[in-house]
Design a protein around this ligand. Structure first.
Ligand code: NAP
Length: 296
């Protein structure tokens, strides 16, 4: 069997078209969703993420408020900015780009964001709501994984699902989403990590494998069964002298070999990656709707 490739770029483009139409509808009611992005320091990767987020807002008709601060910004000044954005009615979402420069207290900053504007879904109030199955802003990357599964017609209900990785931003929230007693949940979920005794034992019996370990070749062809659905969240740089920049990006899955056994698989790049920013835009539009008292 050769897998069908899940085209994350296409799914993201479809969702962005839907969102753009929603933003246009909201504008007719005088509502313009607004996202504030806060970047502290000069980290090149963070700068390029922030630029991509701002460009995506522009394309969507979402108001983007760019806040770039020097690396030596004090905790007090950063907290004051978050407070100002919390109180700004033009802002529906606040995104503080992580990691913050050394010396700044990330946890304190994230906790200061109004949960109603926490479009990253990292505030403990939103995490708690997600766990108990209440309406919450879902963290963007695992929500993107869920959308890829749903929009590819994968049966999640009852599926043996193995997640490799238990981080607070991917593995843990995804496990929580997939075990919810609702139509987009009802999976049987196993979460693996570096202390898992026999990773292959778990992945071999899985109908769905989600790899979010941050290590190339964590999932190889001998570790999965025929017909498995594979979502590769990993983004890893491996040296490649044939590339101008000296490296290429790979996921956590041995894509070429695993695609010969899987029924569906995401590539890296072009799989989960394009979904993450899309889900941030989705949460920002949702926040604007809620602020205006409009139900989806
Ligand atoms: P992380 O915080 O480093 O967590 C990695 C998790 O994988 C940990 O729970 C770790 O276990 C587990 N792990 C690592 N090696 C393993 C192995 N050999 N076997 C089993 N478990 C293993 O990483 P993250 O932030 O969740 O990100 C994971 C990957 O996804 C990274 O490559 C990251 O770049 C990528 N990512 C992509 C997007 C996107 O938009 N495409 C977004 C977020 C992250 P322990 O807990 O025991 O250490």
């Amino acid at each position: 069997m050769t897998a069908q490739i899940i085209d994350g770029k296409q799914v993201a483009a479809d969702m962005r078209a839907e969102l753009k139409a929603e933003v246009a509808e909201l504008k007719k009611k005088g509502i313009v969703p607004g996202l504030a992005v806060v970047l502290v320091g000069e980290d090149p990767a963070s700068k390029s993420y922030v630029t991509a987020k701002e460009r995506a807002c522009e394309e969507m008709g979402i108001f983007s408020d760019d806040n770039r601060l020097d690396a030596d910004t004090s905790q007090e000044d950063l907290m004051a900015l978050v407070e100002k954005l919390n109180n700004d009615p033009k802002i529906n979402g606040i995104l503080v780009q992580l990691p913050l420069p050394k010396g700044l207290n990330e946890a304190e900053v994230l906790l200061a964001i109004d949960p109603a504007k926490d479009v990253d879904g990292f505030h403990p109030v939103n995490v708690g709501k997600m766990v108990v199955g209440e309406k919450a802003f879902l963290p963007c990357t695992p929500h993107g994984v869920l959308q890829l599964l749903m929009r590819s017609g994968v049966t999640i209900e009852g599926a043996e699902t193995v997640i490799v990785g238990r981080s607070n931003i991917v593995g843990k929230p995804l496990a929580n989403m997939l075990i919810q007693k609702n139509p987009t949940g009802n999976a049987t979920v196993t979460v693996c990590h570096t202390r898992t005794k026999d990773l292959a034992y778990h992945t071999k019996r899985a109908d769905i494998v989600v790899a979010a370990a941050g290590r190339p070749n964590t999932v190889t062809a001998d570790m999965v069964k025929d017909g498995v659905v594979v979502i590769d969240v990993g983004v890893n740089r491996v040296e490649d002298a044939t590339k101008k920049r000296g490296y290429r990006l790979v996921g956590d899955v041995d894509f070429e070999a695993v695609k010969e056994k899987a029924s569906l698989i995401t590539p890296v790049p072009g799989g989960v990656g394009p979904m993450t920013i899309t889900m941030l835009l989705y949460n920002t539009v949702e926040s604007a709707r809620r602020a205006a008292g409009i139900e989806a």
